[in-house]
Design a protein around this ligand. Sequence first.
Ligand code: ATP
Ligand code: MG
Length: 242
Amino acid sequence: MGNRIISVSHITKEIVLGNSKNKIKLIDDISFEINKGEFLSIVGPSGSGKSTLLNIISGLSIPTTGTVNLESQDIYKLSPTKLARLRREKIGFIFQQYNLLSALPVFENMTLQLRLSHQKIDKDQIEQLLKHINFEPKSTARIESLSGGEKQKVAIARVLATDCDIIFADEPTGALDSVSREKVFSMLRELTQLGKTVIMVTHDIEMASRTDRAVIIRDGKIQNSLSNPTETLILHEMGGDM
Ligand SMILES: Nc1ncnc2c1ncn2[C@@H]1O[C@H](COP(=O)(O)OP(=O)(O)OP(=O)(O)O)[C@@H](O)[C@H]1O
Ligand SMILES: [Mg+2]
C-alpha cells in the first residue's frame, strides 16, 4: 500500500434531458483510490465518460452521488471558495480543449494561475519549459495565432510551471507529434518521481502501458484496473474498441 492521496467512492453522475423522466447515467458507481506519486492512466472508448470522471475527481463537477476525498478532505463538502482555493493550490489541469485565453499572449496564459495564487513568476523557467517541449513560437505570440499542437503545448507548460501536487491531464498529447509526445510523457513521469501524482486520460495504448496503472472505463463504469499494464492486456480489455 502506498500513501493514498485521492479516494473516489461510489460516484455517479446523472444528467436530465428535457423532462425529468429522461435521465442518463454518465458515471455509474465508480470507486477507486490513487496513491501519492502514482502515474495513473484512464482509457476507454470515446463517450465512455473519461472527461466526466476527470472533472468530478478534480473538483470541477459535482457528482450526483458519492464522494471524492483529496488528502482526506471531502472536496464537495468544502465551501465554493475553499474548493477553488484547494484547486488553485494543489491541482493542475490540462484540458482536452486546452482552455486558454485566446486573446492573450502565451506568457500571460502561462502565468495567470501563478498570479492568482501569488506564486513567484520565473520568466527564465517559463521560457525553458516552452523550449523543452519544442514550442517554436515566441512567448509573446497570441494564442489565437497558434496551431492545435502549439496550443496543447502551452496548456501543458502552463501546468508544469505551477507547483501543484496533483496533475489531471485529459488527452494531453492528442495533438502532438511523436517527439513532443515523448517529451511530455517523460516530463509527467519525472513529476511522479518527485512525488507528484498524475492522472491522465489517453487514447494512446502504448503510452498508457507505460503508466503505473491503467483504469479501463466503459459505459461509465470501471471495466478493469490493470497494475503494470501491457499494451496487449489493455487492448484485450478494450476488445479492439478504440
Ligand atoms: N453536459 C452534458 N449533456 C449531455 N450529455 C453529456 C454531457 N456531458 C457529457 N455528455 C455525454 O456523456 C458521455 C460521456 O462524455 P465524456 O465527455 O465524459 O466522454 P469521453 O470518454 O471523455 O469521450 P472522448 O474520448 O470523446 O473525449 C458522452 O456520451 C457525452 O455525449
Ligand atoms: Mg473526453
